[in-house]
Design a protein around this ligand. Sequence first.
Ligand code: M6R
Length: 589
Amino acid sequence: MCGIFGAICQGAVSNTLKALKLLEYRGYDSAGFAANRGDVIEICKTEGRIAALERLAQGVAETDVAIGHTRWATHGAVCAQNAHPFLSPDGRFAIVHNGIIENYLDLKKYLGKKVFSSQTDSETVAYLLEKEYRGDVLQAVLRVAQMLQGSFAIAITAVNERKLYAIKNKSPLVVGFGEGAYLCSDIRCISRWANSVAVTPDGTVAEISPDGARFFRFDGSPVAVNFFTPEQGENVAETSGDFMLKEIYEIPRKLVLAKNGYFDSGGLNLPERRAGSFRKIYFIGCGTAYNSGLQVSAVARQWFGIDVTPVIASEFVYGNYPVDGHTLAFFISQSGETADTVRAVERVRAAGGYAYAVTNTASSSLTFACDRTVNICAGGEYAVASTKAYNCQLVTLTLLMLDVALGRGAISRQSYRYFLREMDSLPQAVMRALKSDDEITRLAEKIKDVSALFYIGRIADYPTACEGSLKLKEISYIHSEAYPAGELKHGALALMDSDVAVVAISTFDALSDKTASSVNEIAARGAMVITVSDRVFENSLPLIIPKVHPALAGIASVVPLQLLAYRTAKSLGRDVDKPRNLAKSVTVE
Ligand code: M6R
């Protein structure tokens, strides 16, 4: 998490502030910048959002070298003291940091009895630079880089230097050139300024000047790094506002792009020599990305005859899941920067497995780590609560599984074509679901004061329940849980009373009588039940959704749940796009 930016250009301060606005989705509890004025570095930082920093910066004069930071706290409370940048005690160096310096307590001991101005791990880097400086900044940076353990993207500016320095390991860092020289933790953001960019490899120090960049391993040996032209496009958030609602309403259009994008990029396209050899398939991701894997694994098992194991990335990293040369692992991540997911790739590749990225961000850490990438084509997603990316992940994963099934002879070419045709009805189905927005707003008023919500469903409706529940809790702060519907009576039914609401999803005709029983059992205990289905159930408030094939139903049935979370959070006055304690891109383990 945390966004960092550095610029050597005219108007470096105002450009850094603009960039921090674009990076705010990475963390938004405090922010700051350092303006390098030759023989002195001026620091400006505050608790709160970038808007607060902009107000504070009004009196700060322009300069042509600056670094900036927007924070998501890991070490130390949210306050101006712990906001970045940090100065070395002698004022020679200023640093900003994204990641975690795992050995910072040992480093503090090494520094002796220094008084630190913050409780952060990051500040030790500024102090170390001062200690290791013997007349050459690059050498000091290299010496410090060798001492650090953990994940870090660190930007450094030093007095009397028209250069920036960076230390990079396991946290994203891109270097770029345009009208000036830049560094940034986000390729989409830097592409606003740079038309030539390079993704800095792990274990690298970068020295950036207006004339070019040099890259070194921590031992000082040079590293060759390729520059390329970044994709431009709709990806940069120019304004703030309710991105979540806008992103939900984009879903019908994005479903078309996801399907077309999949085929335009060549489909599954596994290397011929390996294609037939995969015996174990994983879907690996976090949060919403994990839920999309959970959803399509249920679909693949139920309708395509394929067994896929969905695993939460952080569990996969340490969980000893079997991997060998016959393993095909799909890594699902909107941002392509989620640390847990990228770490999981390392495990698969080290054991000889094939790593396949399913992401919304070309040129992300995930795409560089994987053997192959397919883009879900959802376009820039800025609200912390992921919506359209989920629907596009479902489309892409479903297409991937259809191709796997066809390749294995698990489905006929006729069924394959049938599913593709059915998929074409989804944008219409979602548009009709969106028409229930007024009704959903009324339901939101009814549920906003309950003490807890339960989301239930069976088979492929259960992952939809998980996603609906995740959406609600993260932006409304109402406690919610998802349950396989049949599991309620094994414990959670004890919690049902008039203070609780239940959302029951039912898109699979063969199981709708089971849903009817669950609804009656819950209603009998006094809880309010909302059903999301193409049929009406007694004793419930129905949210009718259009009928589509149950293998694809989750792509449409989740939309009313996304809207329900949004409307509930709005009616509670929450900051929907930037919920407390969260960030859009989770780049720490
Ligand atoms: O960028 P990713 O898809 O890897 O992000 C994974 C999760 O952090 C993300 O889906 C998170 O759960 C969202 N806030 C959910 O809305």
